[in-house]
Each structure stands twice: as structure tokens, then as C-alpha cells.
Ligand binder design. Structure first.
Ligand code: FES
Length: 193
């Protein structure tokens, strides 16, 4: 099953043997698969990758992608093609809170670069990096569909809009205090405007 992913990314057969999602995650994946006709399980890939990422500390290792391929009865390279296309999927370890600052036109015109520079200085990291304590990763991404409330950023399932330096301070402080991983699958998302 895993042959195609070999040579593209390092692959650890022992780690692969140890991968097992929680019962709750597996049940949810089964329900998602049932939305599609037999043989069309690939259509479930994106929601299943969100669950896989949440089950694996916020990122998709080659071994996890291989496991997802087996769950959906597709080839590992098909999983990799999708996972490597979208910025919402992380192919290397990330912090508990991935701050995704939109950098597209409306956000750019309304100060996204200044917000990114402010976060970089505040956290002592550059875009694409993770803080040494494993709490925050900073990314820039394309339009997140909240252009009317620019500049904005996403973290897990939550949107933070009309950003100012003061709002960034409050968000980072809250996330530090809560000290938990934030996923796209979170149900307790918030939308701060
Ligand atoms: S340009 Fe930033 S949300 Fe659309």
C-alpha cells in the first residue's frame, strides 16, 4: 500500500504500524464515507484529512497519509496530492495554535503585512516557523472569504476579523492561557469581529 509514497517523503514502517485513530474518529470517518457510493470514497478525502490532522497533533505525516489511504481504499499518492495542495494541511509538525494570516488583496490593503510583522516580533519567529515552546506556528494564506472585515486571520475553526495589534495581543494571550491544540474540526469555534 505504501510503496508510492516511498521516495517522495521519508517513510517509517514501524511508525506506520503504530498509527490508530480514536474510536470516535473512526466512527465519524465511516459516517462520512457512507455519504458516497461504493468505489467513490476518495470524495471523502478532505473531511477525513481534517480528522486525521486533528488525531495527529495538527499535521499529516507520511505514515498518517498512508493510513488514510488504507481507510479510503485509495493510493497513498492520491492522499499526498491533495494534502500537499491545500495550505490548511500541514506536512510537518506545527504548534498547538496555527495562526493563518490572510495576505490577499483586501487584507493586504488593510494592513496584513503589518499584522504579520507584529506577530513575528511578538512571538520571535518568522512566517512558517513555530515558537520553541510548541505553542504557535505563523503562516500566511490566501483569501479566507472574510474580505469585508480585513485584515483577518484564522486559527483552527475560529475566525478573527478587523485585526488590530491590540486584538492580536488579546488573541495570543487567550490562546496561551487555554494552552490547547486548535483544529479545523473544533466545534467550539468563535468568530471575533
Ligand atoms: S482578502 Fe483576506 S479574507 Fe479575502
Amino acid at each position: 500500500m505504501s510503496a508510492q509514497i516511498h521516495g517522495v517523503l521519508p517513510f517509517d514502517k514501524e511508525k506506520r504500524k503504530q498509527i490508530k485513530f480514536s474510536d470516535e474518529a473512526l466512527q465519524t470517518i465511516e459516517k462520512i464515507k457512507q455519504r458516497y457510493p461504493e468505489g467513490k470514497q476518495k470524495s471523502a478525502l478532505i473531511p477525513v484529512l481534517h480528522i486525521a490532522q486533528a488525531e495527529n497533533d495538527g499535521w499529516l505525516s507520511p505514515e498518517v497519509m498512508d493510513y488514510v489511504a488504507e481507510l479510503l481504499n485509495i493510493s497513498p499518492i492520491e492522499v499526498f496530492e491533495v494534502a500537499s495542495f491545500y495550505t490548511m494541511f500541514n506536512l510537518k509538525p506545527v504548534g498547538k495554535c496555527v495562526l493563518e494570516v490572510c495576505r490577499t488583496s483586501s487584507c493586504w490593503l488593510n494592513g496584513a503585512n503589518e499584522i504579520v510583522a507584529y506577530i513575528e516580533k511578538k512571538l520571535g519567529i518568522k512566517e512558517g516557523e513555530t515558537t520553541p515552546d510548541g505553542m504557535f506556528t505563523l503562516k500566511t494564506v490566501e483569501c479566507l472569504g472574510s474580505c469585508g472585515t480585513a485584515p483577518m486571520m484564522q486559527c483552527g475553526a475560529s475566525y478573527h476579523e478587523n485585526l488590530t495589534f491590540e486584538k492580536v495581543d488579546a488573541i495570543i494571550e487567550k490562546y496561551r492561557r487555554e494552552n490547547r491544540r486548535r483544529n479545523y474540526t473544533d466545534l467550539d469555534w468563535e468568530n471575533t469581529k
